[in-house]
Design a binder for this molecule. Structure first.
Ligand code: ZN
Length: 474
């Protein structure tokens, strides 16, 4: 089986060989999961537990994840799954549960954060903590980010405990607090309890980028890398005075000149392996001439005209370079007062592998004004990535193809941050993936209003997620 799969990754889409291998995989996969499991029972249970989970208000701040940790504990206890809550400060808790394998393979971690961002009930059609089902969707804060995935992880643990085969590796469920604000939960776990999971080979969490269009799965993007925020503040100082008598090198003037230089500056184009794969994989979805340009992206990027056109598209630009967005601006509070300081904040996002010191040195040269102070104003976490040529990536691709033969499966680098970054530092291969397929409109609910997930996603996702974990843990 493995030799076939290795071959599969070496074959370009569209070849006859690929089709043959996929149908082989389909038969094998169906035999693996069709067996004795009574799926409707578990799928009903998944919908009910999803509603219960969404009704627990873990808006962060304040979080109060101890309540969701207790919710999970009750269920794990019921199914005899070893588990422990870690309340690292009052009301803030992580939970870890484990199903033991025979140890022939290293563990896999199913990681989800239990906190959610706040919601303004007045802006929602349905109470954000009601978990009401309307038109086939369950509404609730966290329905997509990411209580849905926590629920799929929970169902996988239950299914493995009740129905699963002998596992080759430990399957570890981790629910964390505070991802949406400061990541205290995961940082605490890694600082204090890493012995419980440090030897893991794989980790699955949020971050996948899947697209549902006209009721079919168009695209499955497994997140293998994320960019890292490197927030900067620029402060200019100068002589203060009355607005009626201009000062040529005032703080605001200096700042604006510096900002103009930054806006004119183009960060260099860099093509990471995961991004190269992404462009090659999505090439067949493009119209010419982009189809052939994407297919040979390395070559194409040597053409300045193409680079200009491609990076003019927001969805592609961030994949290819460090980016700089000017966001906050601060100067005088009064029109007729020239202030002695003026400042702006830049939301800089660095590619995996980048050195912030080097970036800062370059930016200092670009600004070319030694009187302007540049400060880093967030906690920088080095961006990283995971390899693509793994058994887990192959398993996700194979199982997804079984359930959604029409889907294109590729890698995706996120512009945002996920907890994968923290766990990769332990040497764990971490991906953002879940079998949850949403439309562009549904995605607006993430950190927005009317966040919801279809009942179909919960029902079918329960099975697909289990299939992947069971396959990788045989
Ligand atoms: Zn999230």
């Amino acid at each position: 089986m493995r030799d076939f799969l290795k071959l599969m990754t070496a074959v370009r889409p569209g070849s006859v060989l690929l089709v043959a291998i996929l149908s082989f995989a389909t038969i094998a996969g169906a035999q693996d999961s069709a067996g004795t499991i009574n799926w409707p029972i578990y799928q009903d249970m998944a919908v009910s537990l999803m509603q219960q989970y969404l009704r627990i208000n873990t808006s962060n701040p304040p979080g109060n994840e101890i309540e969701t940790a207790k919710f999970f504990k009750t269920i794990f206890d019921k199914y005899g799954i070893q588990n422990e809550i870690f309340e690292y400060k009052p009301g803030r808790a992580n939970i870890l549960a484990r199903l033991k394998g025979n140890g022939s393979k290293r563990p896999i971690i199913l990681l989800s954060h239990m906190d959610v961002v706040t919601a303004d009930p007045a802006a929602w059609q349905i109470d954000p903590f009601s978990a009401e089902i309307k038109n086939g969707s369950i509404y609730g804060r966290g329905a997509l980010d990411m209580k849905n995935e926590g629920l799929l992880h929970l169902m996988t643990m239950i299914l493995l405990a009740k129905e699963g085969p002998q596992l080759s590796r430990d399957v570890i469920f981790v629910g964390t607090a505070d991802e949406e604000v400061k990541d205290e939960g995961s940082i605490w776990m890694i600082a204090n309890k890493a012995d419980l999971f440090r030897n893991a080979e794989y980790l699955l969490t949020e971050g996948g980028d899947n697209l549902l269009e006209n009721a079919s799965v168009k695209f499955v993007g497994v997140d293998v890398a994320e960019k890292a925020p490197f927030w900067l503040q620029l402060t200019a100082t100068g002589q203060a005075g009355h607005g009626s008598r201009p000062i040529a090198d005032s703080a605001p003037n200096r700042l604006v000149r510096a900002m103009a230089r930054i806006l004119d500056y183009q960060t260099p184009i860099k093509l990471l392996p995961a991004v190269e794969k992404f462009f090659r994989d999505v090439a067949p979805l493009q119209k010419e001439p982009w189809r052939s340009r994407f297919a040979s992206i390395t070559e194409s990027l040597k053409d300045p005209a193409f680079v200009k056109e491609l990076t003019g598209e927001r969805e592609y630009n961030f994949l290819l370079r460090n980016t700089i967005s000017l966001t906050m601006l601060d100067g005088s509070k009064q029109t007729n007062v020239i202030p002695n300081t003026a400042s702006c904040n830049l939301d800089v996002r660095l590619l995996p592998g980048e050195d912030p010191k080097e970036f800062l040195a370059t930016l200092t040269r670009v600004i070319n004004d030694s009187t302007i102070k540049i400060q880093n104003v967030n906690t920088f976490k080095p961006p990283n990535s995971s390899p693509i040529d793994t058994e887990l990536f192959q398993t996700i691709s194979r199982i997804t193809k079984i359930h959604h033969p029409e889907a294109l499966i590729t890698t995706k680098m996120l512009s945002g941050y996920t907890e994968s970054q923290l766990y990769r530092q332990l040497g764990i291969i971490a991906y953002g993936w879940a079998p949850v397929y949403t439309t562009v409109e549904e995605n607006e609910g993430v950190h927005g209003n009317n966040e919801r997930i279809t009942v179909k996603n919960i029902r079918e996702g329960t099975r697909e997620f289990y299939d992947v974990v069971v396959q990788i843990s045989r």
